[in-house]
Design a protein around this ligand. Structure first.
Ligand SMILES: Nc1nc2c(c(=O)[nH]1)N[C@H]1C(S)=C(S)[C@@H](COP(=O)(O)O)O[C@H]1N2
Ligand SMILES: [Mo]
Length: 314
C-alpha cells in the first residue's frame, strides 16, 4: 500500500500524455495515417474515438469553447427548459438503432437506417461559431458531413423548394414534451439553396467523440450563420416540400422568431438587443463579443439573400 502511494510516475505515463497532447499536430502532419493503430495499447486508450477524422475545408480557425461548457449548458426543450437539467435528462434517450424517414419531393423516399446513411458520408471536422438567439455564443468542433451530400442521395425533384426537419416525438422519454413549452414535435426548415450551401452541416459528433445526447445525438443540423434554434437536434424525419414549412419557434412566437433567423446584430429581438453576445464559459469580466452579420459567415452566405430586405427579416 505505502509503496504504491509513494511510487513515482511511470515514464510510460509521461510518454502517453505527451502523445495525447500532441495528437492533433501529429495527425495534421500525417494526414491519412491511422495514428491509433501505431500506438501501444495504453496510449490508444487516451486517443479519442474520432481523433483521426480530417479537418474539413470549411472549418474555421477559432479557439474552441471547452467541451465541459458545451455539454453542460444545452437548449433542449424536449427534456427541460432548464439548460442544466436537459443535459442530465437527455441521457435517457436511446439513440441506436435510429431511423430517418424521408418524404415528399424526392425520388428516393422511405425509411433509412442511420448506419447506412453514415456509411455513405465520410466524417470531417468543422470548427464553427454558434450563436444562440438568446445572445450567447460558443465555438464547437463538430464532426459530421455536409448536409448537401446527404440530401442529394435522396434525389430531390425540381419541386423541392424547402426542406423540413423533425425531431423525435416520445413524451415518455422526452418528458419536456408533456409540457406546452413548444408545439411538438420540434420542426425546423431551410430553403433548398440554404440547405445545399456547403456550410450547412449534419453533425454526429463533437470534440473527436460521438455527439453527447444533450447536444442532439445521434444526428443534428448545424447552420452556423443562423440563430441556434435552426440547428435542430435528434432528427427523425426529412421532408422535401414545395412550400415553406411551419417551424416550431415561429409558430410559438411569430413576432420573435422568423423562418430565416439569420444572425444580424442590427435587428433586435423584440425583447433584447442582438448587437453583442456573451461568450459561453468566459469569466464575468470578459467583455461581450460584438455579434457579426451572418455570424461572421457573410462572405460565404450573403449572396443567398440578395433579394431580401435584411432589416426586416429575422
Ligand atoms: N429538437 C430540438 N432542437 C434544438 C433545440 C430544442 O430545444 N429542441 N434548441 C435549439 C436551440 S435554441 C439552440 S441554441 C441549440 C443549442 O444547441 P446545444 O444545446 O448543442 O448548444 O439547439 C437548437 N436545437
Ligand atoms: Mo437558442
Amino acid at each position: 500500500m505505502l509503496i504504491k502511494e509513494k511510487s513515482p510516475i511511470l515514464s510510460s505515463e509521461i510518454t502517453d500524455k505527451t502523445i495525447f497532447i500532441n495528437r492533433r499536430k501529429i495527425i495534421k502532419a500525417a494526414a491519412g495515417i491511422s495514428i491509433t493503430s501505431m500506438l501501444p495499447a495504453p496510449a490508444s486508450a487516451l486517443v479519442k474515438k474520432y481523433a483521426q477524422v480530417p479537418v474539413g475545408p470549411y472549418s474555421g480557425d477559432f479557439k474552441s469553447t471547452a467541451f465541459e461548457d458545451v455539454a453542460s449548458y444545452t437548449n433542449y426543450y424536449e427534456f427541460s427548459t432548464n439548460k442544466k437539467d436537459s443535459t442530465v435528462l437527455a441521457k435517457n434517450l436511446k439513440t441506436s438503432p435510429w431511423n430517418i424517414t424521408v418524404e415528399g419531393e424526392a425520388e428516393k423516399t422511405g425509411i433509412f437506417n442511420l448506419e447506412d446513411i453514415l456509411k455513405a458520408n465520410p466524417l470531417e471536422e468543422r470548427v464553427y461559431r454558434f450563436r444562440c438567439v438568446e445572445a450567447w455564443s460558443m465555438v464547437v468542433p463538430w464532426l459530421g458531413f455536409p448536409l448537401a451530400a446527404m440530401l442529394k442521395q435522396f434525389k430531390p425533384t425540381a419541386k423541392a423548394k424547402f426542406v423540413e426537419f423533425t425531431t423525435l416525438y416520445d413524451p415518455e422519454v422526452m418528458i419536456g414534451q408533456k409540457s406546452k413549452a413548444l408545439g411538438w414535435p420540434y420542426v425546423e426548415g431551410l430553403r433548398i439553396d440554404e440547405a445545399m450551401h456547403p456550410l450547412a452541416f449534419m453533425a454526429t459528433g463533437m470534440y473527436d467523440e460521438e455527439l453527447p445526447k444533450q447536444n442532439g445525438a445521434p444526428l443534428r443540423l448545424v447552420v452556423p450563420w443562423k440563430y441556434g434554434f435552426k440547428s435542430i437536434k435528434a432528427i427523425v424525419k426529412i421532408r422535401f416540400s414545395e412550400t415553406m414549412p411551419g417551424t416550431a419557434w415561429n409558430k410559438m412566437a411569430p413576432s420573435e422568431y422568423g423562418f430565416y433567423a439569420n444572425v444580424n446584430p442590427e435587428v433586435a429581438h423584440p425583447r433584447w438587443s442582438q448587437s453583442r453576445e456573451r461568450i459561453l464559459g468566459a469569466s464575468i469580466f470578459t467583455p461581450k463579443r460584438k455579434t457579426e452579420i451572418f455570424n461572421g459567415y457573410g462572405d460565404q452566405v450573403a449572396s443567398l439573400y440578395k433579394r431580401m430586405d435584411l432589416s426586416k427579416q429575422f
